[in-house]
Design a protein around this ligand. Structure first.
Ligand SMILES: *Cc1c(COP(=O)(O)O)cnc(C)c1O
Length: 495
């Protein structure tokens, strides 16, 4: 640990070293008054002698949880440039909106008449998203982006089956795709087939044509494509690509998780996509990460609109807003109206921003990413599309020498108080380092982050072991990520 790296962590006592000693036999946070009810002994078979419940006073409990909450990274605490995740600052006003009594207390089983306000909000959000994306239909029940992907592919499958196309089983996916895309394919009963990128990071057009022509056209179900792709580049041939798929009898799924470069500028619904999901918890400003609630929206054009999962909210008669199943709906994918509070936040965000504000957010997100890419390009060059502007994010491929890898840079950034970018994804970039600054960060923050990265590049030359052993200021150092996910320790292990 070096003195100049005064990270916020250093102001926090290292809890993990302390926690084992916090409990003390007989210590209590509260004493309940005598009830006057006669005590009944508990049945012996329900009692355990070895139940090691921590015994603490109230202040220790409050401090314990407050410290724990501060030991995690959060957008409210630090710059969080996690590529493809759009960790933008979410205005607190949205929380205020989502916690309005009428929304908070409305019961999903109460009648449509009682829920007119909530239904109107869902309806208005559907309309707003249709306007933003240029699609004709929208449904809003999904728990996450990947859930929306599944809905979209099941809609495509239902459409093919309705058109006697059961032999269409192949789904083409560019090699730069988000990992959820091939996983979704598998879940929907399709075979994912990789389409390579060309040297500019765009879809290899020759490979695409080959996979969608001749005999192969007969078995093609769909293309699943992200634009801008995970390299942060806009796919210039997108209209032609979508046409090639349609000419072969396939449909096009657009992964719209990242609308942060497009809002107010491009309407994907006008580019030939048949169905697309949006991540409301990314672009439309809901705090997420760490397993927080998400919400996907699924948008569809003329071909697939009737296949959307239902119910969707429609406006007609009295009561004015009601739930309705689209004509050829594939059915329900989630109970009630999904994570409704996330929908409220998205609506509040869209209304507060307005059309001009959303466009400005996109422009600012793109400007931030390009500025940051420029500031660090000497040590963190972008191998694909270096001569083109990037969109809301970019993927660099650092080579700092001395056997320093992206993971070392990421861990060292933690010492400087920054959340690391996404690493080792997309797979086609060596030592991938994927940065998405978002529009809500100031020029000063971007420059401070670039400054830390420049320092790290110097450290790689002069003190490589500093990077190899990073982080130095956190309660725990390098963890086995896989084991941590597979065998989490969730239980208090007291003394
Ligand atoms: C985040 C993301 C997804 C998946 O969204 P979840 O809400 O995490 O399921 C899919 N595709 C892309 C491009 C993404 O960035």
């Amino acid at each position: 640990m070096t003195n100049e790296n005064q990270s916020f962590y250093q102001t926090i006592p290292l809890l993990f070293e302390q926690s084992a000693g916090l409990s003390s036999r007989g210590r209590r946070g509260v004493l309940l008054p005598k009830t006057g009810v006669e005590e009944t002994p508990l049945p012996n078979e329900l009692l355990r002698a070895d139940l090691n419940i921590p015994e603490l006073d109230e202040a220790s409990v409050v401090r314990h949880f407050t410290r724990l909450s501060q030991q995690n990274f959060s957008v409210d605490g630090q710059f969080y440039p996690l590529g493809s995740c759009t960790m933008k600052y979410s205005p607190k006003m949205n929380e205020e909106a989502a916690s309005q009594r009428g929304f908070r207390l409305s019961h999903p089983l109460s009648s449509d008449t009682c829920n007119q306000g909530s239904l109107e909000l869902i309806y208005r959000l559907q309309e707003a998203l249709k306007e933003i994306t240029g699609f004709e239909a929208c449904s809003l029940q999904y728990a996450a982006g990947a859930h929306g992907e599944l809905a979209g592919l099941l809609m495509i499958r239902a459409w093919h089956l309705a058109h006697n196309n059961s032999q269409r089983k192949r789904v083409l996916i560019p090699d730069s795709a988000h990992g959820t895309n091939p996983a979704t394919c598998g879940m929907a009963g399709y075979a994912a087939e990789t389409i390579p990128s060309d040297e500019n990071g765009a879809v290899d057009m020759a490979a695409l044509k080959e996979a969608a022509s001749g005999d192969k056209a007969e078995t093609l179900a769909a293309l699943m494509i992200t634009n801008p792709g995970t390299l942060g580049l806009f796919e210039k041939n997108i209209v032609e690509i979508n046409q090639i798929i349609h000419d072969a009898g396939g449909l096009v799924y657009g992964d719209g998780a990242n609308m942060n470069a497009l809002m107010g500028i491009v309407k994907p619904g006008e580019l030939g996509f048949d169905v697309m999901h949006l991540n409301l918890h990314k672009t439309f400003s809901t705090p997420h990460g760490g397993g927080g609630p998400g919400a996907g929206a699924v948008m569809a054009g003329k071909t697939l609109g009737a296949y959307l999962p239902g119910p969707v909210t429609v406006q007609k008669g009295t009561p004015a807003y009601c739930l309705e199943q689209p004509a050829s709906s594939i059915g329900r994918l989630k109970v009630f109206n999904g994570n409704f509070a996330v929908l409220v936040r998205a609506y509040a965000y869209i209304r507060a921003m307005g059309a001009a504000g959303l466009r400005q957010a996109s422009e600012q997100a793109v400007l931030s990413a390009n500025y940051l890419r420029f500031l660090i390009k000497e040590h963190y060059p972008t191998p694909y599309g270096a001569d083109r502007p990037c969109m809301h994010e970019f993927t660099a491929s650092p080579d700092l020498g001395n056997d320093i890898h992206t993971v070392d840079i990421a861990k060292r950034l933690i010492d400087y108080g920054f959340h690391p970018p996404t690493v080792y994804f997309p797979l086609i970039v060596k030592e991938a380092f994927m940065v998405e600054p978002t529009e809500t960060e100031s020029k000063e923050t971007l420059e401070a982050f670039a400054g830390a990265l420049t320092k790290i590049a110097e450290e790689a030359k002069t003190q490589p072991e500093l990077l190899k052993n990073a982080p130095h200021v956190t309660p725990v150092g390098r963890l086995d990520d896989t084991a941590a996910a597979r065998n989490p320790v969730l239980r208090f292990e007291g003394n």
